[in-house]
Design a protein around this ligand. Structure first.
Ligand code: NAD
Length: 270
């Protein structure tokens, strides 16, 4: 018996990186997976091909897949996305709020447009999807699971990425507040806080050996993580193995939340 046998999952931002790995891992665990993503411009074609490949892998595991291209910032579109999945499958058991973006700029140069866009995808999108999922879980009874893809920057400041850090800090209390509000009605809400993971969001350094080494120098486990290592934590939280885990963020970050600068005794010299 696989841990997610027969369950239906909706994964936002499931076309690449961590979301794609979650979609595939969930299917490996027996879940049917609806992959959401939003892509435009030059990258759209490549993304569509990658999503097709992921769908093929999901089918190879004997599970059903569907693709819902939706911008998670739009209330009406999110409602339509849930309606489409529910029309096709009748129920959703697991929502993963993974869609996310970031943009670097000194805070004094951040435009309101960029601030609003990062907050809209990372936090408003997660809220809109969580609200639809909760409405569905309550209407059908029997509870459900929501897992948010947060970040170590839920608790660690990130200069030059103020909108991103603010959005992930917000995700921390989105997780805890929903968990407390709905725990008594069988809905488990948790989050995963990845560290530095080898995905397209980090294209600035993942294929540059020198920059990658510089990133990895800061990580207690001495290496960046893989999307599959993060997907494994999502699979645990989605499964009944985590049936008593409620309102928590599990940091899968190679030790980044351990104040790595304290590896040495600089603070208490002889
Ligand atoms: P990625 O760029 O590979 O994937 C982002 C996904 O989000 C894509 O599928 C994209 O289509 C989707 N997306 C973007 N805007 C969207 C929108 N408006 N509506 C719907 N989908 C949208 O990035 P990733 O590294 O896999 O990131 C996934 C999540 O993990 C993000 O929330 C990110 O903040 C979080 N995270 C990543 C890292 C890391 O190091 N990679 C670390 C911590 C947290």
């Amino acid at each position: 018996m696989k841990r997610l046998d027969g369950r239906n999952a909706l994964v936002t931002g499931g076309s690449t990186g961590i979301g794609r790995a979650i979609a595939i891992r969930f299917a490996q665990e027996g879940a049917n997976v609806a992959i959401n993503y939003h892509s435009s411009g030059e990258e759209a074609e490549i993304t569509h091909e990658e999503v097709k490949k992921a769908c093929g892998i999901i089918r190879e595991y004997g599970c059903r897949e569907m693709v819902v291209q939706t911008n998670v910032i739009d209330e009406g579109d999110v409602q339509e996305m849930f309606a489409r999945v529910l029309d096709a499958w009748g129920r959703i058991d697991i929502l993963v709020n993974n869609a996310g973006i970031q943009k670097a700029a000194p805070t004094e140069d951040v435009s309101m447009n960029d601030f609003d866009r990062v907050l809209a995808v990372n936090l408003r999108g997660a809220f809109l999807c969580a609200r639809e999922a909760v409405r569905h879980f309550l209407a059908r009874g029997g509870g459900g699971v929501i897992i948010n893809d947060s970040s170590v920057h839920q608790i660690i400041p990130k200069p030059l990425y103020t909108p991103y850090a603010v959005s992930k800090a917000g995700m921390g209390n989105l997780t805890r507040t929903l968990a407390l509000e709905y725990a008594g009605r069988g809905i488990r809400v948790n989050a995963v806080g990845p560290g530095a993971i080898l995905t397209p969001i980090n294209k600035a350094w993942i294929n540059n050996p020198e920059k990658k080494a510089e990133v990895e120098r800061h990580i207690p486990l001495c290496r960046a993580g893989t999307p599959e290592e993060i997907a494994a934590v999502f699979a645990f939280l989605a499964s009944d193995d985590a049936s008593y885990v409620c309102g928590q963020t599990i940091y899968a970050c190679g030790g980044l939340t351990l104040y790595p600068d304290f590896r040495t005794t600089w603070s208490s010299p002889d």
